[in-house]
Design a protein around this ligand. Structure first.
Ligand SMILES: O=C(O)CCC(=O)C(=O)O
Ligand SMILES: [Fe+2]
Length: 288
C-alpha cells in the first residue's frame, strides 16, 4: 500500500475548501478549526460521564460478521459511565459506533456549530464514536457515501483512507461495505493479500480538536492509539454515481444481505468472503 500523508492546514475558508478539497475530492485535516467551539475545551471523558453517564450505549467489538446477527447489530450494551470507566482503565475492544447525538444527548448540540463550507450538513445526523487503546474499526465506507467531517476529541487515533477508485485492490466483500475482515490494515500481510500492494490511499493521526474531511464514499479504517471519541457530520453525496449507490444501499442492499443471512446462514458469509478474494485476484491478474 502506498499511503500519502493527508495535508494539514491550520484553518480553511469556504472558498479554499471548495477549490482545493471538495471539488477535487481530496482529504484534509484542519488543525484549529474548532478552537472557538465550547466543545474544544469541554469535551472530555469526565464531561461525557456527567452529561450522558446513565445512558445505555450499544457496543461493538472486532468479531467477524456473523450470519446470526443483523446488519450492524451491537454486541453488548452498558451504561455510558461504566463504558468510560472501562475505556480509561484498560484496553478494550468495545467501541461505540454511530451513536446519534441529537437523539441521545441533545444538550451536546450547544457545544458545536455546523461548519459553513458551502455544502449542506445533515443536521439530524451528527454521530459519535468511542474507542479504547488499540481498538479499531473495520475498513469500511459509509452506507450513504457521504462527505464526512470527522472531529476528534481526547485521544489520538490513526486513520487510513482509500478513495472508491481503489476498490479493485481492497478485497471488498460483495453486498456489504467492508473489506475482508482478516486484513490488518495497520500491518498488512502482502503474501496473503498481494493486491494491497497496488492500492494508493492516505493516512494521518488525529489529535484532540482536529477535524478530518473525508470525501464521498472514502473507505476508512481507524485505530485508537489512546482512549478517545469522535463526532461525524455528514453532507449528502453529490456525485450522481455515489448518490445512486447510496440510495441502493439504504433501500435494498442491507435488506438483501439480512435476508440472505437468514436464508443461507453461514454459507452466505463464507461465499461473500471467498468472492472478495477471487474477484480481487482476477482484478490484479487482468492488469498483468
Ligand atoms: O472512528 C471510528 O470509530 C469510526 C468513524 C467512522 O466510521 C465514521 O465517522 O464514519
Ligand atoms: Fe464510517
Amino acid at each position: 500500500m502506498k499511503l500519502i500523508e493527508i495535508p494539514r492546514v491550520p484553518t480553511l475558508t469556504k472558498d479554499q475548501f471548495l477549490r482545493d478539497f471538495l471539488r477535487p475530492q481530496k482529504p484534509v485535516v484542519i488543525e484549529k478549526f474548532i478552537v472557538d467551539w465550547p466543545a474544544y475545551s469541554k469535551w472530555d471523558f469526565d464531561y461525557i460521564k456527567e452529561i450522558a453517564g446513565e445512558k445505555m450505549v450499544p457496543l461493538y467489538d472486532d468479531r467477524p460478521v456473523d450470519h446470526k446477527e443483523g446488519f450492524n447489530q451491537p454486541h453488548a450494551t452498558m451504561k455510558m459511565k461504566e463504558y468510560v470507566d472501562l475505556l480509561l482503565k484498560e484496553p478494550t475492544k468495545y467501541r461505540i459506533f454511530l451513536w446519534n447525538v441529537m437523539k441521545e444527548v441533545p444538550e451536546l448540540q450547544k457545544d458545536f456549530n455546523f461548519p459553513e463550507f458551502g455544502i449542506p450538513i445533515m443536521k439530524s445526523l451528527p454521530m459519535l464514536f468511542f474507542g479504547g487503546t488499540d481498538s479499531h474499526t473495520f475498513m469500511h465506507y459509509d452506507i450513504d457515501l457521504a462527505n464526512i467531517f470527522h472531529f476528534h476529541f481526547a485521544g489520538t487515533k490513526d486513520c487510513i483512507l482509500f478513495p472508491q477508485t481503489e476498490n479493485k485492490y481492497l478485497y471488498k466483500i460483495p453486498h456489504s461495505l467492508i473489506t475482508h475482515e482478516s486484513i490488518d490494515f495497520s500491518n498488512p500481510d502482502y503474501k496473503r493479500w498481494p493486491a494491497l500492494k497496488f492500492a494508493t490511499g492516505y493516512k494521518t493521526q488525529l489529535n484532540h480538536g482536529e477535524v478530518l474531511y473525508m470525501p464521498e464514499g472514502y473507505w476508512h479504517y481507524m485505530k485508537y492509539r489512546s482512549p478517545g471519541f469522535s463526532m461525524s457530520l455528514r453532507s449528502v453525496a453529490r456525485n450522481p454515481l455515489h448518490l445512486s449507490k447510496a440510495i441502493y444501499n439504504v433501500l435494498f442492499m442491507r435488506y438483501f444481505d439480512n435476508g440472505m443471512r437468514r436464508l443461507r446462514g453461514k454459507q452466505w458469509i463464507e461465499w461473500k468472503n471467498q468472492q472478495a478474494i477471487e474477484r480481487t485476484k482476477r482484478n490484479i491478474e487482468s492488469m498483468a
